[in-house]
Write a protein that binds this ligand. Structure first.
Ligand SMILES: [Cu+2]
Length: 249
């Protein structure tokens, strides 16, 4: 176990997010089915220890709640920022989902004061239709998206894995990453088999539109096996999502 204390509101740490309840908080979906192939206004609430919907959330990474979606085969990643009504009902604009079983993760911090802690709760929904599972791509340490080449290395240290990402374009180091949601990158990693989620941000301090080319994540991907990694970063106002499979021994 890493003995380090994390600043409040960061997402570094153990992969998690597979439970629908934790510390008295509960993720409640308005429906357990989502229609296939078209955008959906998807509704849910988070109830607190007193059983009523939570309406007071601390802002982290510029938003009060982050929602992630992934299908069982680790395809179809979405990272959304739903809107909350006054009664605590959240509505997320889910893009069209392909048939299959999807896991939806809500990442938030109940605004309970000094000891507020980040929670990630999840539930699955079924999208009807004939599922066409996609085999997990073989592990690779680099991938290309929108003309950017992203390489990712896991460097095992004492009990932890340090992840280092490097971004280049046409062979040149990229140094104009822009902050996106207060960070130069958002890394979402899903563990093959159980869909455990690690959502990580680089340790690099944010200083204007000058991020890159190297981003280091003090990550702990504790479970060995294959992880599907989605690295989101922004340049010139455009968001890019690189994805690759990372193997952890
Ligand atoms: Cu993030």
């Amino acid at each position: 176990m890493p003995g380090t204390a994390h600043p409040a509101g960061t997402s570094q740490g153990l992969a998690r997010g597979l439970a629908a309840t934790q510390d008295g908080y509960r993720l409640n979906l308005a429906t357990c089915g989502v229609p296939a192939g078209r955008p959906t206004a998807f509704q849910f609430t988070v109830t607190g220890p007193d059983g009523s919907p939570v309406t007071d959330f601390a802002v982290h990474q510029t938003r009060k709640l982050h929602l992630y979606a992934i299908r069982t085969d680790l395809t179809g990643f979405q990272h959304l920022h739903p809107d909350m009504a006054d009664d605590g009902t959240w509505t997320a604009g889910l893009a069209a989902l392909a048939p299959g079983t999807w896991r939806l993760y809500a990442d938030f911090i109940p605004n309970t004061g000094a000891h507020a802690t980040e929670l990630v709760l999840s539930r699955t929904v079924t999208v009807p239709g004939k599922e066409a599972p996609v085999p997990l791509p073989a592990p690779s340490d680099s991938t290309t998206v929108d003309g950017y080449t992203v390489t990712l290395h896991a460097q095992p240290t004492t009990g932890a894995n340090q992840l280092v990402a490097t971004i280049s374009q046409d062979g040149r180091p990229v140094t104009d990453l822009q902050p996106y949601l207060d960070s130069y990158a958002h890394l979402s990693a899903f563990h093959e088999g159980d869909q455990a989620l690690a959502h990580l941000h680089p340790a690099n301090p944010v200083n204007g539109d000058h991020g890159g080319p190297t981003l280091s994540f003090r990550a702990l991907l504790a479970e060995p096996g294959d992880w599907r990694v989605f690295l989101q970063f922004q340049t010139a106002g455009q968001l890019h999502t690189a994805e690759l499979t990372l193997h952890i021994d």
